[in-house]
Design a protein around this ligand. Structure first.
Ligand SMILES: [Fe+2]
Length: 229
């Protein structure tokens, strides 16, 4: 199995990992042969990378450290949190709900359990969903990498959970950055960049009064773009 750019899929190779849409509906299952027609359809829904099985990758097994199911569930949960910050009329809501924080903690706790249980395994990031899920996928990847670094640093389980919560929520304030700036292709103008930088403060404002979120997690959110000189 190997990960390839969708524009470079060799003819006749097979899908090695299923692909899902943003509602976790199965778009294409593993084992399907990738025809030109199928690749075209996947590109239409903005899928950019695929795990494939072909001659080169024959016999290479990638056992995920974090199960795809748990990871997908967390990505979709993050999408729901982001969506909850945007009403239908695009007016941001005030806060993330306390029960969402509780559920998110339970998901991260499960991820920590998987990290501990597969101690010697290498982690590789996955592209299990289309580009529309980029922000949520990114939030979950940042969280998992933070947990792995934190574990290596010797943090205990309780601190790991706080670290994971801060890491996964750090960019939630991007929901307050105007879409035309957030999704702009190419270089941002200086004033646009200033607005973009302000997502840190937006994130903090959204999360600061949540009883279920530790002060350590909130600090991580507030400081996640600071650089130690
Ligand atoms: Fe950020």
């Amino acid at each position: 199995m190997r990960l390839v750019n969708i524009t470079e899929v060799p003819q006749g190779s097979k899908i090695a990992k299923p692909v899902y849409d943003s509602k976790l509906s199965l778009l294409i299952n593993s084992g399907a042969t990738l025809t030109e027609n199928l690749i075209g359809k996947l590109m239409q829904v903005d899928i950019r990378h695929l795990y494939i099985e072909d001659e080169i990758s024959k016999g290479i097994v990638l056992e995920p450290m974090i199960s795809d199911e748990l990871k997908l569930q967390t990505i979709v949960f993050m999408k729901n949190i982001y969506d909850s910050q945007m009403q239908k009329d695009n007016t941001p809501t005030e806060q993330v709900r306390e029960d969402s924080i509780r559920e998110l903690k339970a998901l991260i706790d499960d991820i920590i359990t998987e990290i501990y249980s597969k101690n010697n395994q290498k982690y590789y990031s996955t592209e299990l969903m289309g580009a529309e899920m980029y922000h949520y996928n990114h939030a979950v990847e940042v969280m998992i990498l933070s947990l792995l670094i934190g574990k290596k640093m010797g943090l205990d389980r309780e601190r790991l959970l706080k670290l994971g919560m801060g890491a996964v929520l750090a960019d939630v304030g991007k929901t307050r950055v105007p879409q035309e700036i957030l999704n702009k292709k190419g270089k941002l103008e200086p004033e646009e960049f200033e607005e973009m930088k302000y997502h840190v403060q937006y994130s903090y404002n959204i999360l600061k009064d949540l009883v279920g979120l530790s002060s350590l997690s909130r600090q991580i959110v507030l400081l996640h773009h600071e650089k130690l000189e």
